[in-house]
Design a protein around this ligand. Structure first.
Ligand code: ZN
Length: 370
């Protein structure tokens, strides 16, 4: 993992040309490791007659056989024994098939380096204590979803004065505790400390919309932030226009658009993508993204929509170095007003309608059961 460490130590987070050599070398190292330690992965590469030791350019990475995220929902692939896995993350809290990915120490270490660098760039670190409101699950021992883990993780960017969870565990499953959320919001508005909300875009949207309909408005303290994460897929189901969403945040919480920050990542690709102040997801040096034609799987030129193929050499524990999602996206080359000139990814939808339905049903179920 020497070369992966080198990549994850890069100082310029969004410098893709400057880190290309490091990226390609780390991918070769990672591919060779998984080829030698994961029988299933070796079989997949052998069947494709792909020699991982020959990776020397980005084009070679395009040719590297990718694994669909769906594959991980039905197969457990790992390159290290169980005892080396410090944590196991599953992909989804809603019903349906889940991916199980284990993380060993070295993979988590790289993840930590990444989170530190990303937090620094996007000014998420603060020594000032914050009141956190988490529009998500209260973590429990049984709750292994990456979503609840990441939500809790985000409360470590700045010390927590308080943490309020909107969804709480009850004997019949998770329930939304409306009263508690409203009480906490009212308290936050009166506090001299900033508030940070963390949550699924869909839940945050529903909650704010409901507050607005009931005529509730707050002016949250300076420095307060709305952060969105835990999967973008809910957004498609709700079809909330992002501009409308930012206006809602301003209206109900008194928080400006530049303090609304969105993250995305996936269990099968645990890279932390953070939107810039223009709400674009620039691609960080730790990963490269290829957009492929859904019919031929050939890579498309930037600007054309297609299937999103995510690549990273981050994990030693599982061969997730090139995964194919069922999301549609476009890579934009246009210069961004935030000052970065590197490409950014726009996620435009999801291929499988069934998934959207599952996800939306999951969100609505919690909200109805209040
Ligand atoms: Zn930007």
């Amino acid at each position: 993992m020497r070369l992966a460490k080198k990549l994850f130590s890069s100082k310029k987070l969004y410098d893709l040309p400057g880190t290309e050599k490091r990226f390609v070398e780390a991918m070769r190292e990672n591919a060779m490791f998984h080829y030698a330690h994961c029988e299933d992965y070796k079989r997949i590469l052998d069947e494709a007659e792909y020699d991982p030791s020959k990776i020397s350019t980005l084009d070679d990475i395009i040719d590297l056989p990718f694994l669909p995220t769906l594959y991980f929902k039905h197969h457990v692939l790992q390159s290290l024994p169980d005892k080396k896995m410090l944590i196991k993350a599953t992909s989804s809290g809603t019903s349906g098939a889940m991916s199980n990915i284990g993380f060993d120490f070295s993979s988590l270490w790289l993840g930590l380096k990444m989170v530190i660098r990303v937090g620094k760039y996007h000014k998420l670190w603060s020594l000032k204590p914050q009141n956190y409101i988490i529009f998500g699950y209260q973590p429990t021992k049984e709750n292994n979803t990456a979503v609840s883990k990441t939500a809790l993780g985000f409360t470590f960017f700045a010390p927590a004065k308080s943490r309020t969870f909107a969804l709480e565990k009850s004997p019949s499953g998770y329930k939304l505790n409306w009263e508690r959320v409203e009480k906490a919001l009212a308290k936050c508005a009166k506090s001299h400390l900033p508030m940070r909300t963390i949550g699924f875009p869909a839940y945050t949207y529903f909650l704010l919309k409901d507050l607005k309909e009931r005529g509730v408005h707050y002016q949250m303290p300076k420095g307060s932030m709305v952060t969105l994460g835990g999967g973008w897929k809910q957004f498609y189901a709700q079809q909330a226009d992002k501009k409308e969403f930012y206006a809602l945040v301003k209206d109900v919480l008194g928080i400006d658009e530049d303090h609304v920050i969105e993250f995305f990542g996936a269990v099968e690709h645990p890279i932390l993508y953070t939107d810039c102040r223009c709400h674009h997801f620039h691609i960080p040096c730790y990963s490269r993204i290829f957009i492929r034609d859904p019919d031929t799987m050939r890579p498309l030129k930037n600007g054309n929509p297609g299937l999103i193929n995510l690549t990273t050499p981050m994990l030693r524990s599982a061969p997730i170095l090139s995964v194919m999602t069922d999301d549609l996206g476009v890579i934009h080359d246009e210069p961004c007003d935030c000052g970065l000139s590197t490409p950014w990814l726009e996620i435009i939808g999801r291929v499988g309608v069934a998934d959207i339905v599952t996800c939306a049903a999951g969100a609505e179920k919690y909200l109805k059961d209040e």
